[in-house]
Design a protein around this ligand. Sequence first.
Ligand SMILES: Nc1ncnc2c1ncn2[C@@H]1O[C@H](COP(=O)(O)OP(=O)(O)O)[C@@H](O)[C@H]1O
Ligand SMILES: [Mg+2]
Length: 284
Amino acid sequence: MAAIKDSVELLGEVGRRIPKLFGIATGVEGLDEMFFSVKIEDGKARKIPLGGFPSRAVVNLTGIPETGKSLMGEQFAIKQASLGYPVCFVTVESPSAFVVQGMRQRALAMEIDWENIEDKIIMVDAASKPTLRENLKTFLDTLEFAIDKYDVKNVVIDSITGLYEAKEMMARGIVREVFNFLKRKGQTALLISQKRSGHEEETAEAAGGYAVSHICDCTIVLGKRLILSKTAESMFKIPIGNIMRTIRIDGCRLCGHDTSTHLLEITELGLVKVGPKLEEIMKR
Ligand SMILES: Nc1ncnc2c1ncn2[C@@H]1O[C@H](COP(=O)(O)OP(=O)(O)O)[C@@H](O)[C@H]1O
Ligand SMILES: [Mg+2]
């Protein structure tokens, strides 16, 4: 077999094609500041906040049920739409109308006018159309149609796990193809993946094994824990009987990031926001 010569290039040649690195606002208070880049200032390397997800990153957002994954996905979509950037929101579990009902509440809480976003979020209902969940080619063709028609810049898939339900050994192939497609289309994307309760709480492993986190550019892990002891109560300053939610950026190959675990708070209006580091709370 002949060599594939155009797969071999000098660093400098590839360097001329590097996409510009900048932040894509996440719509989650405190999360934009958890990503940073490095710049040279006065001859010294310095850490500069990125102000959002790294542009064109495919981000894996994982956690067990009720940790805030869908809220984060919706807040990201609403924020980007409010800035004028079209977002394709693929719903795989809950039919569009129910997701949009929640989004309306989220937009109100974020004080973003519905009129500003209603023609900027493109809903793809894979929950109601089994073919979209079962046939990957049809799924990607449909996504491409939506992206091209509406000049989409960002994609949320809630959840990618729904595309390989009952066929988890195919997870790797499916996630790889979706990842390659999103890269080719230049999208900044949030792939929500579900952890099963059998998965260790703190790992990035999702249903389908480690496929998603290995392939994606960046992994964010959400966790939760019921506070049931006096010790936990005084350690985390959360009253007994309440749930403590956490957020951690597990890795990101496109830029630097905060590595500590933070509290993830849900405001009384139903928005998630990043709270203090656990280490800070325990020192109090
Ligand atoms: N308006 C609200 N007020 C308080 N809690 C809320 C509100 N909306 C959602 N929640 C809670 O937020 C949690 C996370 O929800 P969600 O993002 O749907 O979780 P998942 O990780 O399963 O997608 C749920 O436990 C839910 O009860
Ligand atoms: Mg959800």
